[in-house]
Design a protein around this ligand. Structure first.
Ligand SMILES: Nc1ncnc2c1ncn2[C@@H]1O[C@H](COP(=O)(O)OP(=O)(O)OP(=O)(O)O)[C@@H](O)[C@H]1O
Ligand SMILES: [Mg+2]
Length: 256
């Protein structure tokens, strides 16, 4: 897997007004990496992720996956929406089976994968419940393993842990890491939470507040599983917070 976000720009036009949200974002993603896109609200994170997914087109630049340009959605890119987007009329089990059925995975293999994914996400025993009958965290885990069920080359997640409380968020981060360490699927995750980015990522890409630019591309070399304390962690936190400030003020200056 090799993914190149090649000078992606995006300008929205409405009633003659032009709003440049992404101004030539360029970075590469390597096999098995966990990358976070970190930036303030409105900086264009969702826009960039949906362009990578092929849900909308860039104004300029290209998305190159394994040497080929991609411009429409495909099973090679899994997507986890912020609001889960589970099928409410399907049980947990049927939600997870859905992408495998779509792809024509044989039944025996589907059942084997389902058992593994239910175990990974600690949903065994809850597989016959409907989304309305399970908690936010369980919905989140269902959405996550459903996206993994299609065996994507890269998993795109838009603030997958945004809708849960602090305690639940930390425990879901730990579970997400455990699943990811087991699976090693390449991940690009959108977040505006510095701690979440440090806890989970191999690399954090910080975006500026306006005119979407990459302010910094920082490798996180802390050992896994990570401690949320200690001087190395604190230093990383300070560094990323500083970049976020830098990106914020850069945006303001341009906007004035
Ligand atoms: N379809 C659209 N038409 C016009 N403008 C849009 C459209 N989609 C997004 N925008 C604008 O692009 C900017 C970036 O939006 P985007 O949703 O990508 O931000 P974000 O970084 O994901 O923010 P948040 O953290 O709040 O989710 C915003 O100013 C938004 O108003
Ligand atoms: Mg968003």
């Amino acid at each position: 897997m090799d993914l190149h976000i090649d000078k992606i720009s995006k300008t929205f036009s409405r009633n003659g007004d032009e709003n440049t949200v992404l101004g030539g974002i360029d970075f590469r993603v390597h096999e098995g990496e966990f990358i976070s896109l970190l930036g303030p609200s409105g900086c264009g994170k969702t826009t960039l992720l949906t362009i990578i997914a092929g849900f909308q087109k860039a104004t300029g630049g290209r998305i190159i996956l394994n040497g080929d340009q991609v411009s429409s959605p495909g099973p090679d890119r899994g997507f986890v929406f912020q609001d889960y987007a589970l099928f409410p009329w399907m049980t947990v089990q049927d939600n997870i089976l859905f992408p495998m059925k779509e792809m024509g995975v044989p039944k025996a293999q589907r059942d084997k994968n389902l058992t593994r994914l239910l175990q990974l996400s600690k949903l065994t025993g809850h597989e016959h419940l409907f989304p309305s009958q399970i908690s936010g965290g369980m919905k989140q885990r269902t959405a996550f393993v459903r996206a993994l069920a299609g065996s994507p080359q890269v998993l795109l997640m838009d603030e997958p842990l945004g809708a849960v409380d602090h305690q639940m968020r930390q425990s879901l981060q730990e579970e997400l890491e455990a699943i990811w360490l087991n699976d090693k699927t390449t991940v690009i995750m959108v977040t505006h939470d510095v701690d979440e980015a440090i806890y989970l990522s191999d690399r954090v890409i910080v975006m500026s507040a306006c005119h979407g630019r990459v302010v910094a591309d920082v490798s996180i070399k802390l050992e896994r599983p990570r401690e949320r304390v200690g001087s190395a962690y604190t230093k990383m936190r300070e560094e990323l917070t500083e970049y976020l400030h830098q990106g914020f003020w850069e945006g303001q200056e341009k906007a004035i």
